[in-house]
Design a protein around this ligand. Structure first.
Ligand SMILES: [Zn+2]
Length: 449
């Protein structure tokens, strides 16, 4: 459980800084309303806080599936008490009413593929981050990354591997949960698992045992490593199902189907779902047949393998923003130059996945590009052929279901945790509205504005 007390403290700091920076004058009335709002929570840190009632009155509410015009949302303590047409949602006496004209209230967004212990690749290449940056340096950056993520409206993340920073994600998760630092709730994977000799950093003299960005394991040792990672705090088991390990650096499947099955069997009996990085049809096929819950990237996916994902109920997390970012870091002038082959392929595979009816997970691989910019994935999902409403569902209710947290987060409905954000405008009309976050509430506590 997270401590409300420290989040209110950090919010007080935020508000202080907010004032000195001087914001947009148009927002001032809302800001004033929230000063009252936040101090309401600050006063209510005694058990009575469970009775603090706030009524949010935006122009519309995205409930996790549909856009509802004219709805209001009642928050009591840390939970959503009611959501429905404003006229039918009764406000208790003494409730604080917050008008949000023109805004949309939606569930706190969920980033399904982050790496908070990495920073943008145009700042430092992956190899240097893994080999040269001290763990404390990486953790210090991660603290800022978590705050930027929360401020951008993402109240939950699934972090998919520390890439050489051990189990620092487990400690960061505890720091957020204990209210020591602000951040989204975290689902973590620790070191992640790769097949021996297949991962990176690569290209050194064979005389040296070069530390790798994930833990090597094969065959029967997979059982021990899955259990060890779970024991050290991994909520999910992250596996690299293929990688650039071919004789010419081409991407090839790494684990056999039998190894993948052993991983999933061992993880399942510990109640840990398995997430597989895979870009080749064969790597994806093995992951899907073995029972992975989500497959990441899928750049080379074909119609057959997406059909298999759909029939096996395996979700696909396309990480469109990662390719969009690295292509631009490599010199592509987006909007001026023609699209590179990699981007064209990404559009094609995304369409194939949509056509096959695969469950689409929203996860960007943020860390390749700056933290706090995860809305980029939603913009690309829409640019590559998804409806804005489907992208909004993906980043809220669909992701929550994939995490097994659909009874707690991902929808605006009575009884769920009050993880709510307000965005300016209507994101179902223009998905970029998900960048215009004006309020972030986590567990009923305002953590931004
Ligand atoms: Zn990743």
């Amino acid at each position: 459980m997270e401590s409300r007390k420290s989040e209110v403290k950090s919010e007080d700091l935020k508000l202080g800084r907010h004032t000195t920076k001087g914001e947009d004058v148009k927002r001032l009335p809302i800001l004033i309303a929230f000063v009252g709002f936040v101090s309401g929570f600050a006063l209510a840190q005694t058990p009575a806080s469970q009775n603090q009632v706030t009524v949010l009155k935006p122009a519309r509410v995205f409930d996790g599936a549909r856009m509802q015009e004219g709805w209001a949302v009642v928050v009591r303590g840390s939970r959503i008490e009611a959501a429905g047409p404003a006229a039918t949602v009764a406000a208790a006496a003494g409730a604080m009413v917050v008008d949000l004209p023109g805004a949309t209230i939606m569930p706190g967004m969920i980033e399904m593929h982050s790496h908070v212990l990495r920073h943008a690749y145009n700042e430092a290449p992956w190899n240097d981050q893994v080999l040269k940056e001290a763990e404390a340096l990486r953790v210090a950056r991660a603290v800022n990354h978590l705050k930027a993520t929360l401020d951008s409206g993402f109240t939950t993340i699934r972090d998919l591997g520390t890439e050489g920073a051990g189990y620092a994600d487990v400690g960061l998760k505890q720091a957020v949960a204990q209210g020591i630092i602000p951040g989204p709730r975290m689902i973590v994977t620790g070191r992640a698992i790769v097949a021996t000799g297949t991962y990176a950093p690569k290209g050194f003299s064979p005389a040296w045992a070069v530390p790798q960005g994930a833990e090597e394991a094969d065959g029967d040792s997979l059982v021990r490593v899955v259990r060890d990672q779970a024991g050290k705090g991994a909520d999910w088991i992250k596996v690299y199902g293929d990688y650039r390990a071919g004789p010419n650096g081409e991407t090839v499947p790494t684990f056999s189907l039998e190894e993948m099955q052993l991983i999933v069997k061992t993880a399942s009996s510990l109640n840990r779902p398995v997430v597989v990085h895979a870009s080749t049809p064969e790597g994806m096929r093995r992951a899907a047949l073995a029972g992975a819950r989500t497959i990441e990237h899928g750049d080379g996916g074909d119609a057959n393998v997406f059909k298999l994902l759909a029939s096996q109920g395996v979700a696909f997390c396309p990480t469109l923003a990662a390719g969009d970012a690295t292509s631009q870091y490599a010199g592509w002038k987006k909007g001026a130059d023609p699209e590179p082959a990699r981007i064209r392929q990404k559009r094609e595979t995304f369409k194939l996945a949509l056509a096959a009816g695969v469950t689409m997970c929203a996860g960007s691989d943020v860390g390749v590009f700056p933290h706090g910019d995860s809305a980029r994935e939603l913009e690309l999902m829409v640019a590559y052929g998804m409806t804005p409403l489907a992208a909004l569902a993906s980043v809220t209710s669909v992701n929550a279901s994939l995490l097994g947290l659909d009874k707690q987060i991902g929808r605006v409905a009575s009884g769920l945790a009050a993880d709510l954000i307000a965005v300016d405008g209507n994101p179902a009309a223009d998905i970029s509205a998900t960048r215009k976050v004006t309020l972030v509430m986590k567990n009923g506590t305002v953590v931004r504005k």
